[in-house]
Every structure is written in structure tokens, then in C-alpha cells.
Design a protein around this ligand. Structure first.
Ligand code: ADP
Length: 259
């Protein structure tokens, strides 16, 4: 894991046609008869950070489960060209009896990575999320934001090329949430994985993503795909920019029309 930060702001690379995730006409029908997703066309490549917003029950989590391989499509084509995919849940889901470092090391342990190497990677991942000095703390000794940082470190320690986020900041207080957004887009700028991020917050969606996908009520269909133009890193003050307000307005309007 390299931790050197380039000095100049990095634009999202657009030159490649390679796509980490491709969905073409994807439909998901559960055995109960519920059609959760209908005709989803979505392509995400390295350096894409795509936020997904939509009403509750429109199939956002189902979309993520399909992308992660935890579930299979009913029809259509889904291709994931990823060496490593990581998943960050709404809850930090840490093991309470293991320190922060040991929680991050767990993935390496399960993959039988040599102890010295996996410890070094875990330390680097904790440094990446700003937790140097907290390696030996237990989850109960950490704040909610810090626990989520450990969870993100655990997800990124594998150097994923596809990172899936299921509303990871939904349970955090507003100030911590804004700070975590700033942190995540800083990390994204460094790592340039393909990101798929589910959220209920329109401003979070716009602040983090280079594209915001808006879904309709069930069965979930993509009703808008809105490009967010700013390069990373994005300053916190971007949220007060009139253009930011215009884009959140556009996303909210699309949501309102199709809920
Ligand atoms: P969201 O994340 O947008 O709230 P979900 O993807 O969790 O929506 O669910 C979409 C729809 O599919 C909902 O109506 C939900 O009840 C249904 N659903 C989700 N998982 C299953 C399942 N395993 N079996 C049957 N229905 C399911």
C-alpha cells in the first residue's frame, strides 16, 4: 500500500474503456415474487465513485449484494472484473475482543498472509484512515466515527479494485458524518478504486461521487444518472457552492418525481 499523496489535485481518469462492474438489463426477482430490480444498466470503472439514491425498498441493497456476488441476477448480464471486492456495511461490525489492529488484520489472517506482512498492511490501512496511535484500542474504547474508520481500513487493506458501501455513515452524528465524507473522498483520490456507495443523503451522494444514480420506487429502475463535475480532493466548503445546491436540487427533483 503506497501512502504518498500526489501534490496536485487528481482528475478522475477517463481514458480507459475497462469497466470493473457491468450490468446490462439486470433484473432481480425473489422467490417470493417480489421484483426488486428491473432492467438495470450500469457500468463502473476505476476512478468512478457512483452514489446510489432511491426510496426505501427500491433495491439499493439488492444491487450491492449482486455486485458483491452474495446474490445472483434473475436475468440480464452482470460482469465483475475485480481481483478483490470489499464491502462496508452500515454498522462497523468489528470483533469486540480484538484490537483495532487485530480487526484490520483479520482479512489477512483468513487469507493466510504472513503475520509480519499482514501487520504492516494493517498498520498502513489504519494510518490511511487517520488512526495511527489507536492500533491497540478495543472497539468499545473508540467513538462511532473511529469504529467506522476501522471498518473502512479493514475493507481497504486488501487494496480492492471494487469497493461497495451500504450506507456506512447512516448511523453517525452529522458532524462525524461530514468529516467521514471528507476522509473517504481523500482516500478515494489516493486509491482510485471503483466505488459504489448507497446513501439516503442527497448532499452526501453529490459530495462524494462523480456520478449519482437515482432509482425509482420498486421495482428499482435507474431514472437519472447525473454527472458530478468536480475533481478530487473536494473541499468541505464545496457544499456551500451554488452549483452544489443546483446539483442536489437536480437529484432531489429526480427522486421526488419517481418515488
Ligand atoms: P433498499 O436497500 O433500497 O431499501 P432492498 O434491496 O433491501 O431495498 O429491497 C428491495 C425489495 O426486495 C424490498 O421490497 C425487499 O422487501 C425485497 N427483498 C430484499 N431481499 C429479499 C429477499 N431475500 N427475499 C425476498 N424479498 C427481498
Amino acid at each position: 500500500m503506497t501512502l504518498t499523496e500526489p501534490s496536485a489535485p487528481t482528475a478522475v481518469p477517463r481514458a480507459t474503456s475497462f469497466r470493473t462492474l457491468r450490468m446490462s438489463g439486470v433484473t432481480k426477482r425473489f422467490s417470493t415474487g417480489t421484483v426488486a430490480l428491473d432492467g438495470i444498466d450500469l457500468e463502473i470503472g476505476p476512478g468512478d465513485f457512483v452514489s446510489v439514491v432511491g426510496p426505501s425498498g427500491c433495491g439499493k441493497s439488492t444491487l450491492l449484494r449482486l455486485a458483491s456476488g452474495l446474490d445472483t441476477v434473475s436475468s440480464g448480464v452482470l460482469t465483475v472484473s475485480s481481483r478483490s471486492t470489499s464491502y462496508v456495511f452500515q454498522e462497523a461490525t468489528l470483533l469486540e475482543w480484538r484490537t483495532a489492529l487485530k480487526n484490520v488484520e483479520l482479512t489477512g489472517e483468513l487469507r493466510k498472509v504472513d503475520a509480519g506482512h499482514r501487520r504492516r498492511l494493517a498498520r498502513e490501512a489504519l494510518e490511511l484512515v487517520g488512526l495511527t496511535g489507536f492500533e491497540n484500542q478495543y472497539p468499545r474504547e473508540l467513538s462511532g466515527g473511529m469504529r467506522m474508520r476501522v471498518s473502512i481500513a479493514r475493507a481497504l487493506v486488501t487494496e480492492p479494485d471494487l469497493a461497495l458501501f451500504d450506507e456506512p455513515f447512516g448511523a453517525l452524528d452529522e458532524i462525524t458524518r461530514l468529516r467521514m465524507q471528507t476522509e473517504l473522498q481523500r482516500i478515494f483520490r489516493l486509491k482510485q478504486f471503483a466505488g459504489l456507495f448507497i446513501t439516503h443523503s442527497v448532499s452526501e451522494a453529490v459530495y462524494l461521487a462523480n456520478r449519482v444514480i437515482v432509482m425509482s420506487g420498486r421495482p428499482g429502475r435507474i431514472v437519472a444518472d447525473i454527472r458530478i463535475p468536480w475533481a478530487y480532493p473536494r473541499p468541505a466548503e464545496l457544499r456551500y457552492d451554488p452549483e452544489f445546491a443546483a446539483l442536489t436540487g437536480e437529484v432531489s427533483a429526480a427522486l421526488g418525481e419517481h418515488s
